[in-house]
Design a protein around this ligand. Structure first.
Ligand code: ME8
Length: 520
């Protein structure tokens, strides 16, 4: 398969210091939807997710729990894997940064930077946030001396550090962004980075002294230091791509020829909180070792709860697995994809969740159950051979809209268009009134056409909704007499006449709102 037909998608690797919540679920489901869409469009896909397991956060959390860091990581990696299984995430690879393969690639990467004279030894003196492992300038922290990310008090440190010559790559990075206007999406985020790059870019500290932090990967050229956790974490994408063969001597293999690997990634999906690390640190590090940069970075917005930021201390963290207990996996996926305009922010409320659920039940679910039950009732469960072209124009238009929305990374618009097709099909039912056609034997041909058209639109909807509601579309495919959810092209070409259709329970059953309210 040629490189053009491949797609490599990544999520951030989540910190193994906390439980998965709805924010993590959002990025992962968004990536899953894109991965599934492209697989259905017959592309060869690699979908990567995983856990970020080194650094101060993990060391501190393990200490707090009285366990070894690796025990905490084992537990949390399992929690994330379990959550993704329950949310029907179809990742191909779950990477953990404590894996031997990853450690070997980080070592090779750092050695390569060192060999290319991209690293120097220096002294850092200044303010430092222990929790976020970040250095801050006097100007950043203000008078109350607090970390700009977590708000905790910063401490003054003076220590030997290794620095990556990030500043050397500033011009090349700016040029790359100018020449590739869609490299960072959405545009508002790109503009933030362009603004950030108007200031001179400093060099990047890539090490932490072991005396302060031992839970990390040793620097190959100084074992008294470990790699800064962000450098370690970002390299995960390269490890999973298979570009660097860690069994070969450090610093030699893979960097000059990545054509047989999945590198460069087609898209890093991240939240806007970690855009700088992905669009400044990561590409400059790659330039430093002489590798191509990722093809695109999508920085999505932030989920808040009502009007409040989601936080452990406020006790308002939304657990996607709890929502799933009441409504099912597909409902959680649908809500997250449909409610947040891709790239923008969104607010979780139980009321909005219910409204989106009802949309699934009353539009798509209702169409599926009325169409299948009429085929069973009026034609003994066999789709008539009649022409099935009653909704062809709507189908064509929807397909164009869906493809173009996915291309423009407007996932919410893609599924709004798919839902509109289901709505149009319901209107078609109301207009054609198959129950009246069934009563009049002279209108048998008309009834055949109505039922054949509905069967055809359901096959197309099954393919269109599969990336977002895979579990229920599998059920629908079976009811439509298909051996599985068809690819988009097969769905369009499908001739449902003669196929045996069955009925079943509602795809999205009515949920008692009182039950939902009590689970808040
Ligand atoms: O930053 N709304 O991990 P992390 C939307 N380990 N998305 C949210 C969110 C919210 N309220 N909260 C979290 C890290 N996210 C690093 C990444 S990658 C090489 C290393 C999502 O566990 C969003 O994708 O803090 C965000 O970027 C990510 O979780 C942060 O996860």
């Amino acid at each position: 398969m040629s490189k053009a037909e491949r797609r490599f998608f990544t999520t951030p690797i989540y910190y193994a210091s906390g439980e998965p919540h709805i924010g993590h679920a959002y990025t992962t489901i968004l990536t899953d939807v894109l991965a599934r869409f492209h697989r259905q469009d017959e592309k060869d896909v690699l979908f990567l997710t995983g856990t970020d397991e080194h650094g101060q956060k993990i060391q501190d959390e393990a200490e707090k729990r009285g366990v070894e860091p690796i025990e905490l990581c084992d537990l949390m990696a399992e929690r994330f894997e379990e959550a993704w299984k329950r949310l029907d995430i179809s990742h191909d690879r779950f990477i953990r940064t404590t894996e031997a393969e990853h450690k070997a690639v980080v070592t090779a990467f750092l050695q390569r930077l060192w060999d290319r004279d991209q690293i120097y030894e220096g002294t850092y003196s200044g303010w430092y946030c222990v929790s976020d492992e970040r250095y801050w300038t006097e100007k950043d922290i203000g008078e109350d001396r607090r970390c700009q990310v977590c708000g905790r008090e910063v401490v003054y440190v003076e220590e030997k550090n290794y620095f990556f010559k990030m500043s050397e790559w500033q011009e090349k990075l700016i040029q790359h962004i100018e020449e590739n206007p869609d490299w960072i999406v959405p545009e508002v985020r790109k503009n933030e980075i362009v603004g950030f790059l108007r200031q001179p870019l400093g060099d990047l500290s890539i090490s932490r002294p072991k005396s302060r932090l031992s839970w990390g990967i040793d620097l190959p050229f100084d074992s008294n230091h470990v790699a800064y956790v962000w450098v370690d974490a970002l390299i995960n994408y390269l490890t999973a791509s298979g570009a660097i063969d860690p069994s070969n001597p450090v610093g030699e293999q893979g960097f000059d020829d990545v054509t047989d690997s999945w590198w460069p990634a087609d898209m890093h999906l991240v939240g806007k909180d970690i855009l700088t690390t992905h669009s400044v640190y990561w590409p400059t590090l790659l330039m430093g070792v002489g590798l191509p940069v990722p093809r695109q970075i999508l920085a999505h917005g932030w989920w808040v709860v009502g009007d409040a930021k989601m936080s452990k201390s406020l006790g308002n963290v939304v657990d996607p697995l709890e929502l799933r207990e009441t409504f099912g996996t597909d409902a959680v996926r649908w809500y997250l994809m449909r409610e947040m305009p891709t790239g923008g922010d969104a607010s979780y409320t139980p009321e909005r969740f219910l409204i989106r659920y009802e949309e699934l039940a009353n539009v798509l679910g209702n169409l599926a159950s009325r169409a299948t039950s009429m085929i069973v009732k009026y034609r003994d469960g066999v789709v008539p051979d009649g022409p099935s072209s009653g909704l062809d124009a709507a189908i064509d238009q929807t397909l164009q809209e869906v493809r173009s929305s996915i291309e423009r990374l407007k996932v919410h618009e893609a599924f709004a268009a798919a839902m509109d097709l289901a709505r149009a099909a319901n209107v078609y039912v109301e207009e054609r009134q198959p129950w009246a056609q069934a009563k009049d034997p002279s209108r048998s041909v008309e009834l055949d056409e109505t039922l054949a058209t509905l069967a055809r639109v359901l096959v197309v909807l099954c393919a269109l909704f599969q990336p977002v509601t895979p579990e229920k579309m599998e059920v629908l495919a079976t009811r439509l007499g298909l051996s599985g959810v068809p690819t988009l092209d097969d769905a369009i070409a499908s001739q449902p006449g003669g196929r045996a259709v069955t009925m079943g329970d509602p795809l999205f059953p009515r949920v008692d709102p009182a039950r939902e309210a009590s689970s808040d």
